[in-house]
Structure formats: C-alpha cells, structure tokens
Design a binder for this molecule. Sequence first.
Ligand code: SF4
Length: 497
Amino acid sequence: MNPQSPIRLSKSKFLSGLQCLKRLYLEIHTPELASKVDPVRKAIMEMGTEVGVMARKRFPQGVLVQETYRQTSAALRRTSELVQDPSIHAIFEGAFEWQGTLVRVDVLERVDALSWKLIEVKSTAKVKAIHIHDLAVQAQVLLGAGIQLAGMSLMHLNTRYLYEGGPLDLEALFVVADVTESVQERAPQVAVQLIEMRRILSEPVPPTIAPDSHCHSPYECQFWENCTKEKPPRWVYVLPGKRQTFYDLQDKGIETIDEIPEDFHLTILQQRMKDNVEWMSDEFSTILRTVEYPIHHLDFEMFMPAIPPYPGTRPYRPIPIQWSNHIEYEDGTIQHESYLCTDPKDPREEIAHSVLATVRQSGTICVYSENERHILLSLGDSVPSLKSSLVAVVERLWDLFWVLQNHYYHPGFAGSFSIKTVLPALVPSLSYDNLDVQNGAMASVIYRKMVFEEPDLIERSRMATAMLEYCARDTQGMLKLRHVLLEKSKQAATNTN
Ligand code: SF4
C-alpha cells in the first residue's frame, strides 16, 4: 500500500476497529497474515447475501446500484443520481462517502421529498449490539453526505415464521425493528472513533493488544493464529469454563496450566486438565455394560437454511438430511446402514421411515450428544403418524457423550468432549483429517451445494460420497470408542485386583 495515499475506511473496517484496533491495523497493512476464510464461514456469508436479496423484494419499486465494491466512483455517482430522482422509492446498495469513510447501504427507503429511512438487513434472528454500531456509522456517513434521515431500522429474520408453501410471505418472514433511538444515542461517538482509528493506522507498528475472548466476539478474528503463534500449548486460555478464570490467572502473571498454584480454585474439569492424567469413575465399568444387543450407533446430520425451503419449516429450523447406523450384534458381527437425501425435496418423512427401519424393534441406540433426541422428537412433530414410534426410539437412546463427561477423562481431550477431539485421542486410526467433510457445519454446506446448486452429476456424486463417509466416521467412531473404553475399564479392574 502506498503510504502517501489517504486510507479509505469502509463500514466493515470500522466494525473491525471497534472489535480490536490491532485487527483493523492488520487488515489494512498486512492482510496476508489473516487465516483463509474457511468454507463454513464463506457459506454463512453467502446465506447472508441470499437473505439480503430476498429482503429487497419487500421494496418492489427499489433500484439496485449495480456498481461493485471496486467501482466506488461510479457507485457514488449512480447513487447520487438516484437520490435526486423523486420517482425512486428505494435504493439498494447505495454508496455514500464522508471524510474518507465509505458505506454501502442495504436499503434506503424514501419517506418524502426530503427524507429517507435507513434499513440494514441481517440474516440474524434478532437485533444485536453490533447492528447498532453498524447503523450508527452508516447514519453518520449519510448525514455527513447530506442525506436527511427520518429513521433507522434493522430488518432481520422472524424465526417464528412458518412457511406454508407457495410464495413466501415476506411481511411475516422479516421483522423490521425501529432502532432510531439507539442509533442516535450511539452516533456521536462514531466521528471520534474514526479519528482514533486513523491515528492508529498512521503508526508504524500495530498497537499492542493481547489476544483473549474479544477476538471471538462479535466476529471470529482471522488473525487469531497469527496473534497466538507464540503462546505455549498449555496456555491458560485453553482452560474450559468461564473466561474469568483466564483473566484471574493472567492478572497473577500465570501463563501455562502447569504453573497454576494448588490453592487456586478450579472446576472439576479444569482440575482434570491441570492433572493431565487419565481418570475413570468407580461406576464407569458398570455404566458401559448397561447397553443391550443389538447395539446401534446412530448419528444424524442436518442443515439449517435461513429461508425455509419446504412447507412446515421455519428459518434456521434444523432439517435432518442423513443418518448413519453401525449395528453391533452379540456375536460380534458389525453391519452398517445409512441414508442420505440427494434430491431437493423435503426429506423428513423419508428420514423418519428409514430411521425407524434401521433401529429395528430392540437394542440400545448409542448416540453422542442430545442432538439425536431433539431430531427424533422434531421428526415426530413433522410426521405425526410416526410420532409414537419415534418417541419409543428416544426411550432407547444411550448417550456416550454424557458417559464420558461424567465418568472418564483422558489428557488427549484437552478439556473437550467433542467427538472430534475424543476420537483422535482414543482411536487415532479414526481421525477426521483424511475426510473431505470434517464437521457437521461443513456437511451442511456441502449438502446445500449438492442439492440446490451443483448441476454436474459427477460432482454431486463426489459430494454425496464425502457426506456418507463423514457420517459413517461418526458412528464407526462411537462403536470403536465404546470398545476402547470397555477395554480400558477391564484393564483398570485387572490392575485393581
Ligand atoms: S486475534 Fe485478537 S488481538 Fe489479534 S488482531 Fe484479532 S482481535 Fe486483535
């Protein structure tokens, strides 16, 4: 970047600066230090764009400023023409600049000949504090650019909206919350903050700001890896539980878990992490043996679209799309069954029927988390004719996650009981590293692409295979985990005797 050229700030840079001045500095001066945007984050951003496009339909006479973010001068000119044209009722993506700060406005709705309403569209379910900051900087720039504002609103999704089929009811799908008062209270600070941000940006080095929980809220900072690369592996920040523990330890100058003094109060899990040794409860062995054959190992995957795609669904309501079941019989035989919906259709009824078939009439159903219970119950609500059968399946669930949380700890868990941590620690041959899909969020992203966007049949088939492999890894992992834990409990009993 040319040090002589004035730095133009955008709305997103302003919000980065509010979260952390170092983040803003790095984004402007050394963006190459940022981690790559992962596919899940990218998909969330795409979903936000989709919601933004849908929101525009509530303003049928609105005009879009087509010029891209790289065509700033043309966008500013086009916006100015539209503002001056009294026949224009609403402008989408209008560009405005004031004192070197540029904003693009989601919706600017004409109220009368002189004034406008500023509307920010978010794909969230409610108004958040960061949205007020977002609107405040836009309002400041618009006012500076000579736009008279009659009000400010945040347009977000109404998660209670039930799609009943046919065209979406946009009045019901979106909530338009008037936040004029909050934005007006916030607006005077914007000019001062912009001055401070420019001062920091003109310094030869970034400000010294220590990484901590501010790096994850309101947004995940892309410089986390860079800012923490010199931290020790057992840095106190990785302790599970309340962040206050980290701050208390930091105040005492304690950097690693191993330096924590014996008299410092820790929760049970934090203490296990500090002890860093394997632990099992007295009841562990008995609990592992409460399962009954055939033992099913069941896992669902879901996707949570912002815009409800099927009748009877709501924004962000999880829709199950696949399951995997590894069945272990008493004679040691293992059988694998799975289901994946690969068409753009409502999969719930088919999933409900197929899952009832795979879990048969008997046997324990081993799961990992409460998730499967919630999915089975919600499937019962979606397919009332199968409700009682699905509730009966819920009665047979046996949660391995709960068993581990309460009865076992291994140093490899590093304070986490996520199967993504537990499995590599106890069954290293079954990690997720060699899979194309490595977590549930990625599965949801791939599913959406496969079913709604990807036209190429070979690519769709590759995606389906990746999803099936991922879900199967979860259930095979549960089965192997149970075996490893049983073996460990037997060894512990042998050592005791
Ligand atoms: S990781 Fe944290 S400290 Fe580093 S730039 Fe980001 S927000 Fe600031």
